[in-house]
Design a protein around this ligand. Structure first.
Ligand code: RB5
Length: 150
């Protein structure tokens, strides 16, 4: 799968670990930065990644900042992006089965490397369950259609 990944300085170390992990799992990784420890603004990187996904440059995306919160707030401003901040594998599975998330947000200062890898494994292999959940995600799409700028 082609996966885009981006972080700010707070998520840089975890992003580095996860790039190696994803490439080892034979995923095609599109690393959109940041690439140095210089302080940057997380919305810039969330925007870059969301636009890449919406343009079809990657199927799914992973965003990492210090807590994952800023990235998730920003990503969910984009129509067609369904970003889930997950701190464990159960949340990752539910975010796919029930919410059909296409962006995973992680907190580099919150979870350890191995926990993050486990979350990603589950998130990548779990399919959307459909059924009653399609009615609910459809309601999200109706709301975003009324309110989102793009
Ligand atoms: C940067 O210091 C920090 O605010 C950022 O990485 C993130 O945690 C924001 O939600």
């Amino acid at each position: 799968m082609k996966i885009a990944i981006a972080s700010d300085h707070g998520g840089l170390e975890l992003k580095r670990v996860l790039c190696g992990f994803l490439e080892g799992g034979e995923h095609d990784v599109l690393d959109l930065g940041t690439h140095t420890s210089e302080s940057v603004d997380y919305p810039d990187f969330a925007e870059k990644l969301c636009r890449a996904i919406l343009a079809g440059e990657a199927e799914r995306g992973i965003l990492v900042c210090g807590t994952g919160i800023g990235m998730s707030i920003t990503a969910n401003k984009f129509k067609g992006i369904y970003a889930a901040l997950c701190t464990n594998e159960f949340m990752a599975r539910m975010s796919r089965e029930h919410n059909d998330s296409n962006v995973l947000c992680l907190g580099g200062r919150v979870i350890g490397d191995e926990v993050a890898k486990g979350i990603i494994d589950v998130w990548l292999k779990t399919d959307f369950a459909g059924g009653r959940h399609t009615r609910r995600t459809g309601k999200i799409k109706a709301i975003e259609g009324e309110n989102a700028a793009e």
